[in-house]
Write a protein that binds this ligand. Structure first.
Ligand SMILES: [Zn+2]
Length: 296
C-alpha cells in the first residue's frame, strides 16, 4: 500500500510505502528520487526542522543516486548527513554543468534528441537550491555551446561538444556501470568461445576469449578514475601477469588516454615479445567496445 504525502526533503507530493519488517517508509519523489526513512516517528522532525537549503542538498544527493541507478539510501537521524550536505554544497560550477550534460546525454538515445525538462523538478540535477539554479546552469551550458534550446515548448538538445562530453561521462563515472557494459559487450561480441572468470568483481573482471580468427586473449576490464588517466605504475602491475601468461592480455578501460610515460612503458614491454602481449582498448559505450572486439 502506498499513499501520497509530503516529501520531507522538498515538501512536494511523494509516494510513500511501507517496507515489510521495517519501521519506516520508502519515499518516491519526482524531485528527490527515492529514499528510505527509518523510524519516522523519531527522525522525521530532524528533517522538517532543517533549513530549506540544507534539505535541498540532500535532495541533490538522493536524486543523484536515483539517476545513477545506485542503491536507495536509508536515512535515520539527519545529523548523520552533515558530510553529504557539505559535499553537495561544495559542488563547483563545472561539476553542476557536467552533471546536467550527463543527465541529458543519459536520456538521449541518439544525437539530436530533444529532452524535456522541468526546472521545478529537476533542479537537484544541477545540485541547486531551487529551479532558478537549474535555469542558471542551463543557460551557462548554452553559452558554452554544449546545449541548444531551439524554442520555447521544446526540449533541450545537446550540441556536438555537449554530446561528446556527455558520452564520455555516461559510462565513465561509475565503476559498476562500466563493468556491466563490458560484461554485455563481451557477451555480444560473438567470440567463438568465452569464459567469464569474474575473478575480482570488486576490482576487475576477467574473461578468456577466442576470437572468430581463432586468437586467444585474456580480457581484463579495469575502470580508471577519468581524472587521473592511465598511469604508468598501474599499467606496470599488468606487466608481471602478462609476462607469465601464454595468452596475451587486453586491458579494457574507460580511461580516455594513456599518459605519455605509460605509453612508452607499454611499447618497451611489448618489444620483448614477437607479438604484442599487452594491448589496451578504450571506449565509452557498449557499441564501441563491441566494435573493437570484433576487430581482434
Ligand atoms: Zn522530494
Amino acid at each position: 500500500m502506498s499513499e501520497i504525502s509530503k516529501c520531507i526533503l522538498c515538501e512536494k507530493d511523494a509516494e510513500k510505502s511501507g517496507v515489510q519488517g521495517k519501521d519506516g517508509y520508502l519515499a518516491e519523489c519526482v524531485t528527490c528520487g527515492k529514499y528510505f526513512l527509518g523510524s519516522p516517528g523519531i527522525f522525521e522532525g530532524s528533517y522538517t526542522g532543517m533549513p530549506r537549503e540544507k534539505r535541498a542538498m540532500i535532495s541533490a544527493y538522493t536524486r543523484e543516486l536515483f539517476e545513477r541507478g545506485e542503491a536507495t539510501p536509508e536515512f535515520g537521524d539527519s545529523d548523520a548527513l552533515k558530510e553529504i550536505i557539505t559535499e553537495y554544497e561544495n559542488k563547483t560550477l563545472d561539476e553542476k554543468l557536467e552533471n546536467l550534460i550527463w543527465y541529458i546525454r543519459k536520456k538521449s538515445s541518439q544525437f539530436g534528441d530533444s529532452i524535456s525538462w522541468d526546472a521545478g523538478k529537476d533542479y537537484p540535477i544541477t545540485y541547486s537550491l531551487s529551479p532558478e539554479g537549474f535555469t542558471k546552469i542551463r543557460d551557462l551550458a548554452m553559452e558554452k555551446d554544449l546545449l541548444d534550446w531551439p524554442a520555447r515548448g521544446v526540449g533541450l538538445r545537446l550540441k556536438e561538444e555537449g554530446w561528446k562530453m556527455g558520452t564520455d561521462s555516461v559510462s565513465l563515472k561509475n565503476d559498476k556501470e562500466f563493468k556491466e557494459i563490458i560484461i554485455k559487450a563481451v557477451h555480444n561480441a560473438n567470440f567463438s568461445h568465452y569464459n567469464g572468470l569474474y575473478k575480482n568483481l570488486e576490482e576487475e573482471i576477467v574473461f578468456e576469449v577466442t576470437t572468430a580468427k581463432g586468437k586467444k586473449y585474456i580480457i581484463v576490464a579495469h575502470y580508471w578514475d577519468p581524472e587521473k588517466g592511465l598511469i604508468s605504475e598501474q599499467v606496470g602491475k599488468y606487466f608481471n601477469r602478462t609476462r607469465k601468461s601464454e595468452i596475451p592480455y587486453i586491458i579494457v578501460t574507460n580511461a580516455s588516454g594513456l599518459t605519455q610515460e605509460a605509453c612508452e612503458d607499454l611499447e618497451e614491454f611489448n618489444k620483448i615479445f614477437e607479438e604484442k602481449k599487452l594491448l589496451v582498448i578504450f571506449g565509452s559505450n557498449e557499441d564501441e567496445f563491441i566494435k573493437e572486439f570484433l576487430n581482434l
